[in-house]
Ligand binder design. Structure first.
Ligand code: UDP
Length: 341
């Protein structure tokens, strides 16, 4: 059985954690990354955790000929395609940059997979495809809503490309994993999220506020029609999320897919509000956070969380890490980055 996996964007937040879990499960990982939103230090972290130095090649997946060399040199049968831009706000300002990067890289990967007969791909999709869903929790059959950002649109279009490419091929198998809100860091605190500039996401903003890098966390809206007025999300631990990729790869490598294109929600199945998360962080780490209520952030849906039945039953995967531990790991990582303690 071929246990080699190409991981595009493997130096990134989700990519580095997934690489660790792949190595722990006995896979050999080949990483390509252009460090557009990541740092070589994550590769050192992976090596320190696993004792294995994954093969790394600095490549932009939009550069097809550079990527071709990787396919020429390595006989992996599976690809996990993470490499993509992911900032919602930036995508609204620079849509063409998002469409060019996110679509071209995927098409290059699929072209080369076809040319070199590499049958399996896992794609990083997102709960953003559900938009403001009419019924919660969302299942994989919940209709997708029209995207409200170029970023969201690239995820929808990428899913469609994967669906069509698998339908047109006799051998290509694809699994799209729809991530909810990935948070936390590896319990070793050797890898984690490294946002550039002011964080857009809640947990990095929280940890940077706790570290004194940001003065005050703004909670965007306390007047939503939710139990406590703040938005509700499905916060999924990064290590649990990483393990979902290992299971998805195993399903394809071992020929257990039920169809050539499959979609799974990757979440906990549990809604947690922004207030609950902030309070949870304070309790888990025994500290007080400076926060204030601010206006709603445009584009935010009031609530979204996953029905994880399909992933639980079909993939045999479920989220296991306790939110407390996740929030402790997030803080340990921030302290590691800032050299605190
Ligand atoms: N949020 C917040 N303050 C921040 C960042 C995020 O109150 O500084 C809220 C945001 O409005 C949303 C939730 O936290 O309700 C999760 O936002 P995030 O950007 O982390 O993920 P999203 O669900 O938008 O993908």
């Amino acid at each position: 059985m071929n246990r080699k996996v190409l991981v595009t964007g493997g130096a990134g937040y989700i990519g580095s954690h997934t690489t660790v879990e792949l190595i722990n499960a006995g896979y050999e990982v080949i990483i390509v990354d252009n460090f557009s939103n990541s740092d070589p230090s994550s590769l050192e972290g992976v090596e320190r955790i696993t004792g294995v130095k994954p093969t790394f090649i600095e490549v932009d997946c939009c550069d097809k000929e550079a990527l071709r060399k990787v396919f020429e040199a390595h006989d992996f049968m599976s690809v996990i395609h993470f490499a993509a831009y992911k900032a919602v706000g930036e995508s609204v300002e620079k849509p063409l940059m998002y469409y060019r990067n996110n679509m071209l890289s995927l098409i290059n990967v699929l072209d080369l997979m076809s040319e070199y007969n590499r049958p399996n791909i896992v794609f990083s999709s997102s709960a953003t495809v559900y938009g403001d869903a009419d019924v919660l929790p969302v299942t994989e059959l919940t209709p997708r809503k029209p995207a409200t950002s170029a970023y969201g649109n690239t995820k929808q279009m990428a899913e469609d490309i994967l669906r069509d490419a698998t339908a047109a091929s006799a051998t290509l198998h694809g699994i799209a994993l729809r991530y909810f809100n990935p948070i936390g860091a590896h319990p070793s605190a050797l890898i984690g999220e490294l946002p550039r500039g002011v964080p857009n996401n809640l947990v990095p903003y929280i940890t940077q506020t706790a570290a004194g890098v940001r003065e005050c966390l703004s909670i965007f809206g306390d007047d939503y029609a939710t139990p406590d007025g703040s938005c509700q999300r499905d916060f999924i631990d990064i290590v649990d999320l990483a393990r979902a990729h290992v299971v998805a790869i195993g399903r394809m490598v071992e020929g257990r897919s039920k169809s050539q294109y499959e979609v799974f929600n990757v979440g906990t199945g549990r809604p947690v509000s922004v207030f609950e998360l902030v309070n949870g962080f304070e309790k888990a780490n025994n500290l007080k956070l400076n926060y204030k209520i601010a206006a709603r952030r445009s584009g935010d849906v009031p609530a979204v969380w996953a029905d994880t039945t399909l992933a639980n039953e079909e993939l045999g995967w479920k989220a296991e890490r306790e939110l407390n531990d996740t929030l402790r790991a997030a803080w340990m990582w921030e302290k590691h980055v800032r050299g605190i303690e």
